[in-house]
Design a protein. Structure first.
Ligand SMILES: C[S@@+](CC[C@H](N)C(=O)[O-])C[C@H]1O[C@@H](n2cnc3c(N)ncnc32)[C@H](O)[C@@H]1O
Length: 456
């Protein structure tokens, strides 16, 4: 095999869990982006390592039917990253998600059979995200402020001309926000030249209440005229209900910094989910695909059913959405989250929905569980951790509390399998894993699984 050589008529035989096509050239395994099983192409070898190589498609000779009916967009997926499945039609996306999840499960744990249901389709396949952020930059050629995304795998900003994931309302409000920033000549940060200013803008949208939150992110709090921009945005656009300035001087890591200044409008926007209203503060976690979230929560409510003797602990509860929805059907519901603003919102959410039997604690679940004393005979646990999953100590302590049921909601099949294995070793068995497409066009998938103690 030669580096930079293009090999003719290479066939893709499979996909790896990162959605790269697998082919063999001179008996060496080659991973190739945007190359689907049964496709044939001329492939250029771009990297050679001892155990594998990497390549890129130069010319397709035969394309997969999975591409027929896929989205045709001006800025295809390869541009920004994230939308890896955009080149497939939606039915194929669902099939591929299931296949890759099964493959991940096998790689994580060869000794257990994990059974996955077909992936439940999302009610919306495009424009489903109620939250998104754009980088802001000053284009010296057009002399205007623009909104961009980083080109896949780089720090190069490219103007976003089309956004297939963001809610249509966000797509429509973006030019108005940019116009306002340009009108007032707001200073934009330039990391290279050490210029302080605005660097990003985040939007949150509630479709049920028609309310928008705009969060400007800046390297400093001294942004001249930003308050005027915020007040005018609220006055001139009746959907914009809240505008914040977030200060984040760091160049890496999460988009939002810790400091949040309310510039105009209300502190939080509100959304309705399964008949309850939820206040969503600026810094709190809230599921991005609301109609699909409703389906997942309904599934959890159905699993728990009416059980007036049970105490439910909703670990990693966010703003208490599930905790408050479940409370009316059980004896008591307790929600735990590490983010104080989320717990404050969860408490408010209990009040605005007249829920008297939910309680909330702002604490690390790992600390909470070490100190928790089981009082009621029947305990049901819900776990919805971040992508990193749970700690072994958490699982150990939870299983010692002997819950009747554990409902695990996961956004990362890899850590889900690691954690299921740990539950298994501690005498818990799981049922079929339900998969939900929370993030169409991307590789991400949400899983829900019920665990219970093995009956002896
Ligand atoms: C995937 S979100 C789930 C939120 C909620 N269940 C929902 O459906 O909206 C994970 C949540 O875990 C919280 N979190 C992360 N690490 C935590 C920890 N060690 N202890 C408690 N909460 C944590 C985050 O603040 C976030 O709200």
């Amino acid at each position: 095999m030669e580096l930079n050589k293009t090999y003719q008529d290479i066939e893709c035989i499979d996909l790896n869990t990162d959605f790269q096509g697998i082919a063999f050239i001179d008996n060496k395994k080659v991973f190739i982006e945007n190359f689907l099983p049964d496709e044939i192409a001329d492939v250029k070898v771009t990297t050679i390592k001892s155990k594998f190589a990497k390549g890129e498609v130069k010319t397709f000779k035969q394309k997969s039917p999975m591409r027929e009916g896929s989205l045709q967009s001006e800025q295809p997926y390869a541009y920004f990253g994230g939308c890896d499945l955009q080149t497939l039609n939606y039915d194929s996306q669902l099939k591929i998600k299931k296949q890759l999840t099964e493959k991940t499960a096998k790689l994580q744990d060869r000794n257990t059979q994990y059974v996955f249901d077909a992936v439940e389709a999302s009610p919306k396949q495009t424009h489903y995200r109620n939250k998104i952020h754009y980088q802001l930059y000053f284009d010296p050629f057009d002399a205007v402020i623009k909104a961009g995304f980083f080109l896949k795998g780089t720090k190069k900003l490219v103007e976003v001309k089309e956004n297939i994931l963001a809610d249509e309302k966000i797509v429509k409000i973006l030019p108005k926000v940019l116009l306002k920033l340009n009108e007032h000549q707001i200073k934009i940060a330039n990391i290279k030249e050490q210029v302080q200013g605005l660097k990003a803008v985040m939007f949150r949208w509630s479709e049920t209440k028609k309310q928008m939150m705009v969060i400007f992110v800046a390297t400093t709090k001294n942004i001249k005229k930003i308050e005027r921009v915020a007040k005018e945005l609220v006055r001139e656009n009746n959907v914009i209900k809240s505008v914040y300035l977030n200060i984040n001087g760091k160049n890496q890591g999460s988009i939002l910094g810790r400091q949040m200044l309310l510039l105009a409008g209300k502190e939080a926007i509100q959304d309705e989910l399964l008949g309850m209203n939820f206040n969503i503060p600026a810094t709190a976690f809230y599921q991005v695909n609301a109609p699909q979230t409703a389906k997942i929560y309904q599934h959890v409510l159905d699993i728990i059913a009416a059980d007036k003797k049970a105490t439910v602990i909703d670990f990693y509860c966010g703003i208490g959405t599930m905790t408050n929805l479940i409370a009316p059907q059980v004896h008591k519901a307790i929600g735990i989250d590490i983010v104080e603003e989320s717990i404050n919102a969860a408490k408010q959410n209990a009040i605005i929905n007249n829920i008297a039997n939910s309680e909330f604690v702002a604490e690390d679940v790992n600390t909470f569980i070490q100190e928790y004393k089981k009082v009621d005979a029947s305990l049901i646990a819900i776990i919805d951790p971040p992508r990193s999953g749970c700690t072994p100590e958490f699982i150990e302590k939870l299983t010692e509390l002997n819950p009747d049921k554990v409902i695990y909601i996961s956004c990362n099949p890899k850590t889900l399998i690691t954690d299921l294995k740990a539950f298994n070793e501690r005498g818990f068995e799981h049922e079929e894993i339900k998969l939900y497409d929370m993030f169409p066009q991307t590789l991400h998938v949400e899983s829900v699984v019920l665990l219970s103690r093995v009956q002896k």
